[in-house]
Structures are given as structure tokens and as C-alpha cells.
Design a protein around this ligand. Structure first.
Ligand code: NAD
Length: 479
């Protein structure tokens, strides 16, 4: 399939309608800088129309049966699977993810739609035994109302479905502002929602070059009852503050700084493969990416050698080619940050094992650094690039202290064969997601989310739909 074969939608989607905006902006591919499409650049006016439509549609959508909503979601899932290749290519073209991985993202993204099509039918309330014989007490789940969602560019399909599917299943309407780098995949998903029979106003997609005008309208509108955001901690903090004025419900999936610990009893071979996936998936541009590797002295040499060898073999290149494992970084800003982190670590005495430099354009060579100083920026800040810093560590108490010495708390990984260690370390680590001998724990059935500066709330599993529900208490007196 050539680039031209993906016919991109260039309008925005509101009230079941595709509309042109007065302004447009160019979506460029990080692969070669070419313009993929000139698309609608939404602002305050477009946002107001989307809010009105979402509010009007909510009154009908909330009253549909869970079975009707489930059937539409199920069709959406089937259409995403039908168009998987087209969506995967859209992901690769707009943000540079290797095509094989982009196909994996589409399956993962579709998995949330499938899961929440099923969960829609499981929104049980509760009856509560009353202390009074003449009363009957009920707790009934109800949709929170119209929702505003803001998503990042690193998973252009999955970040959308992980929010929109549970919201729609719960009976909420959903207005999405996708990242400016990756709006094309979101528009494709909206086309499929309409084809699946999603009623007008239930889903809106508002691409915007500047996120602020659309967001201001949504945050000030007291009819929008929830904000769900995935992105940086900095922007999450801003939205959290803005949500206070209209007391919106808030879910925040923010940045991370995952430690990856290889204990002295680890299966080194398996740990190498897992650490490769946990670090280099999507070129390291993953919120749960391993940002720092702690290795016990007994296995350090064997691990570092095998790891460097595996990294050396990673195929860097055009992400549209089938066997490419590392594509370009998404933009200059990410490229600059990665370069700065490597330079800073080297200036503080780290040893360069492999890589460490630009591969031309937005490509950065997969990099392994050894004996990185704990004060290095890469050990404290989210890198979002293909750089693995390896550090020695002597005791469980020390490694737990180092692993927890960060404001982030999204994901942590460790490798051990000791059952006692598996439990105690999992309990000690201050993170929302723990991978024990597992470098890729995220899945639609399980809760995903962080503690501390990594966010509030959970996506996935039954927890993911509860974020879009209020509990209504009904007390019935049998007079
Ligand atoms: P970002 O915060 O810059 O942007 C994310 C989204 O917020 C985009 O849609 C952007 O347009 C919007 N945005 C930016 N400034 C805004 C403002 N002032 N008002 C309203 N919206 C605004 O983050 P990014 O660079 O796109 O994504 C990378 C970050 O996302 C990383 O920190 C990563 O860890 C995080 N992330 C977290 C998860 C998770 O589930 N926890 C998943 C993926 C990415």
C-alpha cells in the first residue's frame, strides 16, 4: 500500500457531520517531512458547536439500553479490525511507529472497544441492606455526562479507544481533541464510529494546531462533566487546575520514569528480550518505557553484553518497511531532548557502549550507556527516546529506594525467580503498574494508570468504565 492509498479525512467531525473549518494546518510525516494532509484547525467556534451537540446527544444516548450501545461498540470493533491495515499505515505515516508495531497497536486499540462493548452490559448497581425495615436502598451507576478527552501522539489509535470506548459504553458522549502531530488516525476512527451506527453527537473529533482555544471552551463549559487526559505531567497539572472551576471529574494518565531491575537470580536471557521491548518499543516513546536499568553485579556483565548485542542488531530505518524496529522520533523537540540526555550522561562520566548519536533526520541510533551517574538527567527525567542507561545496584533495599526516588509512579519492572522477592518488591515499589518478569504488562482487561505525578484514575478493565460513572443513591420508603 502506498502513501496515497490512505485517503485522509481533512474535515472535523461533529454532530454526525463532516465539516470544514475556516483554517487548516499541515500534518507532516516524521519519516521524510512530507505533508500528509491539510486538515481542519478547530478553534473556539467549532468547540462550542461540538459541546452543544454532545450535550443534546447525551440526553438520548444515556437512555439507550446497554445492549444497544454494546451492539454499536461491537460493530466499531469489527470495523477497526476490518480496516486494521489502513489504520496501522496511518499511525506509521503520521508519527513514525514501525509498521509491525503499528499493527500491534491497532489490535490493542480494538481490544478496548471489544472489552467495553462487553462491559457495557455489566454495569450492575447494588442493593444495600437498610437499618430501617420500611426502606429499600439502591445504588445505581449513571453516566457522568458529556466528556472532553485530550490524547497524545505516541499511540494515535489506542489512546483514543482507551478513553472513548468506556465513555460511550457508559452512556456518555465524547469530544476528542487528538494531538496535533497525529490527528489523522483519530479521524479514521470517527469515520468507523459513524459507519458502525454511532448516533450524531455521541462522538466528535476536533483536530487543532493550538490545543488551547478548544480546551478553554470545554473547561469553562459546566455542561461538560469530565476531562480525561493522557500526556505530559506539565499539561495534566494545568488541566487539573482548570477543571476546578466547573468541578469536573478528572482522569489523568501522565508521564513516567520506569525502573527496570534485573536481580541476581534473574533469567538473564529472558530479561534481555524483555528489557529490549520495554525500552525500544516505539523508539522509547512510550509512557511506560523502561527509563533506567538497575542490574545486580553478579549478572551485570552477562546482561550488559547480551543487551548491547541485541541493541546493535535492532534494524533502524523507514518504519513502513516490514522489518524495521526503530523509526524516526516524532519531532525536533523529542530529538533534542534525547540528544541532551545522552550528552549530559556522558559529561557526568557514563560509558557509551553503543549508539549515542543521530542517525540523520529525526533518527536517533539506539543507545546503551553504562555506569550512569544518578544525578544525570536521564536518571531523573522522562527521556522518550531509544536510550538505555544501565546502573549497578547492590541490595534490594537500595534498589527499591532508588526506584522510588522519583515523583513519577506509572510503571516499574523487575526480573527475579524468587517468589518471596516477587511479592515483597512488587508491594514496595510505588507504582501503578508492576511487571514481574513481564516487560509489556498492559492489556485491555487490566487497570492501567499511575500514582504520584503519573496521574489519577485508571483505564482498562472494569476500573476504566467506572471513571465515567456516577453513583446515584435511591432510598425508597415503603409508606
Ligand atoms: P503533551 O502533554 O505535550 O500533549 C498531550 C496532549 O495535550 C496533546 O493533545 C496536546 O495538544 C495537548 N496539550 C498540550 N498543551 C496543552 C494545553 N496547554 N492545554 C490543553 N491541551 C494541551 O504530551 P505529548 O508530548 O503529546 O505526549 C507525551 C507525554 O504523554 C509523555 O509525558 C508521556 O509519558 C505521556 N503519556 C502518558 C501515557 C499514560 O497512559 N500515562 C500514555 C502515553 C503518553
Amino acid at each position: 500500500m502506498d502513501i496515497e492509498e490512505v485517503a485522509f479525512e481533512t474535515r472535523f467531525f461533529v454532530d454526525g457531520d463532516w465539516r470544514k473549518a475556516p483554517r487548516t494546518f499541515a500534518v507532516k510525516s516524521p519519516i521524510d517531512g512530507r505533508v500528509l494532509a491539510e486538515i481542519a484547525d478547530c478553534g473556539a467556534e467549532e468547540a462550542k458547536s461540538a459541546a452543544d451537540a454532545a450535550v443534546a446527544a447525551f440526553e438520548k444516548w444515556r437512555k439507550t439500553t446497554a445492549y444497544d450501545r454494546a451492539a454499536i461498540l461491537r460493530r466499531w470493533y469489527e470495523l477497526i479490525i476490518r480496516d486494521a491495515e489502513k489504520i496501522a499505515r496511518s499511525i506509521t505515516l503520521e508519527m513514525g511507529k514501525p509498521i509491525a508495531e503499528a499493527r500491534g497497536e491497532v489490535r490493542y486499540a480494538a481490544g478496548f472497544v471489544e472489552w467495553y462493548a462487553e462491559e457495557a452490559k455489566r454495569l450492575y448497581g447494588e442493593t444495600i441492606p437498610s437499618q430501617f425495615s420500611h426502606k429499600r436502598l439502591l445504588a445505581i451507576p449513571q453516566p457522568v455526562g458529556p466528556v472532553y478527552g485530550v490524547t497524545p501522539w505516541n499511540f494515535p489509535a489506542a489512546m483514543v479507544t482507551r478513553k472513548a470506548a468506556p465513555a460511550l459504553a457508559a452512556g456518555c458522549t465524547f469530544i476528542l481533541k487528538p494531538a496535533e502531530q497525529s490527528p489523522l488516525t483519530a479521524l479514521l476512527l470517527a469515520q468507523l464510529w459513524a459507519e458502525a451506527g454511532g448516533p450524531p453527537g455521541t462522538l466528535a473529533v476536533l483536530p487543532a494546531l493550538d490545543p488551547v482555544p478548544v480546551t478553554e471552551v470545554m473547561m469553562r463549559d459546566e455542561r461538560i462533566r469530565k476531562i480525561t487526559f493522557t500526556g505530559s505531567t506539565e499539561v495534566g497539572r494545568l488541566l487539573y487546575r482548570q477543571a476546578a472551576d466547573t468541578i469536573k471529574r478528572v482522569s489523568l494518565e501522565l508521564g513516567g520514569h520506569a525502573p527496570f531491575i534485573i536481580f541476581d537470580d534473574a533469567d538473564v536471557e529472558k530479561a534481555v528480550a524483555a528489557a529490549l521491548a520495554a525500552k525500544f518499543r516505539n523508539g522509547g516513546q512510550v509512557c511506560v518505557a523502561a527509563n533506567r536499568l538497575y542490574v545486580y553485579p553478579k549478572v551485570k556483565e552477562a546482561f550488559a553484553e547480551a543487551y548491547a548485542e541485541a541493541v546493535r542488531k535492532l534494524k533502524v530505518g523507514n518504519p513502513l518497511e516490514e522489518d524495521t524496529q526503530i523509526g524516526p522520533l516524532v519531532d525536533e523537540a523529542v530529538f533534542e531532548k534525547v540528544t541532551t540526555h545522552v550528552r549530559d550522561a556522558l559529561s557526568r562520566g557514563a560509558r557509551l557502549v553503543f549508539g549515542g548519536e543521530s542517525g540523520g533526520g529525526l533518527y536517533f541510533k539506539p543507545t546503551v550507556l553504562l555506569d550512569v551517574h544518578p544525578q544525570s538527567r536521564i536518571m531523573r527525567e522522562e527521556t522518550f527516546g531509544p536510550v538505555a542507561p544501565i546502573v549497578s545496584c547492590e541490595s534490594d533495599a537500595e534498589v527499591i529506594r532508588l526506584a522510588n526516588a522519583t515523583s513519577y509512579g506509572l510503571a516499574a519492572y523487575f526480573w527475579t525467580r524468587d517468589l518471596k522477592r516477587a511479592f515483597t518488591v512488587a508491594e514496595e515499589l510505588e507504582y501503578g503498574i508492576i511487571g514481574v518478569n513481564d516487560g509489556v504488562p498492559s492489556t485491555p482487561q487490566a487497570p492501567f494508570g499511575g500514582v504520584k505525578f503519573s496521574g489519577i484514575g485508571r483505564e482498562g478493565g472494569h476500573w476504566g468504565i467506572e471513571e465515567f460513572l456516577d453513583i446515584k443513591y435511591v432510598s425508597i420508603a415503603l409508606t
